[in-house]
Design a protein. Structure first.
Length: 136
C-alpha cells in the first residue's frame, strides 16, 4: 500500500488502483465518477484491487464494494464509508476520519454523501449515483 500512497501523492493524483494482476491505474478526476465508470464498464480492474484515494465517502465505498476491492487507503474517509467497507470485509485505512465528506465549495455535504446517506445496499447506491449523473 505504501507504494500506492506514495504514487498518489507524488504524482498529484486523486486515485491509484493496483489491479489483482499488479497493473497500476492512475486517475486525476475528482469525485466518484472514475469509480462509477470502472464498476459499470471495466469491473475487472477493481476485483481484488488495492486502492489509494484522496477522499472516500459512502458512494465511493459502494463502488468499491460492488467492484470487489480488497483494500483501500484514503487520505480522508467518512465514517459511513468506513462502516460500509468494514461490513463487506474490505480492509480500510485512512489518515483522517470525518463525519461526512464536504462539497467542493466547503460549505455543506458532498452531494454523493447526501445521496447515499440513508441507503445501506451498495448496488442501490450505485443506481442512485447513475441517476444523479444522468440528470446532471
Amino acid at each position: 500500500m505504501k507504494h500506492l500512497i506514495d504514487t498518489l501523492h507524488h504524482e498529484g493524483l486523486t486515485l491509484v488502483i493496483s489491479s489483482e494482476d499488479g497493473t497500476l491505474h492512475r486517475y486525476t478526476h475528482r469525485g466518484v465518477k472514475d469509480l462509477l465508470t470502472l464498476v459499470t464498464e471495466t469491473p475487472a480492474v477493481l476485483h481484488g484491487a488495492l486502492i489509494a484515494d484522496k477522499a472516500v465517502g459512502k458512494a465511493a465505498a459502494a463502488c468499491m464494494v460492488v467492484g470487489g476491492v480488497r483494500q483501500v487507503h484514503a487520505d480522508v474517509m467518512s465514517e459511513p464509508a468506513l462502516d460500509l467497507l468494514g461490513a463487506h470485509g474490505i480492509i480500510a485505512e485512512y489518515d483522517t476520519l470525518v463525519d461526512h465528506i464536504i462539497n467542493r465549495a466547503g460549505d455543506g455535504w458532498c452531494p454523493m454523501e447526501l445521496l447515499s446517506r440513508d441507503e445501506h445496499d451498495p448496488a442501490t447506491i450505485i443506481q442512485k449515483i447513475k441517476a444523479f449523473f444522468d440528470a446532471h
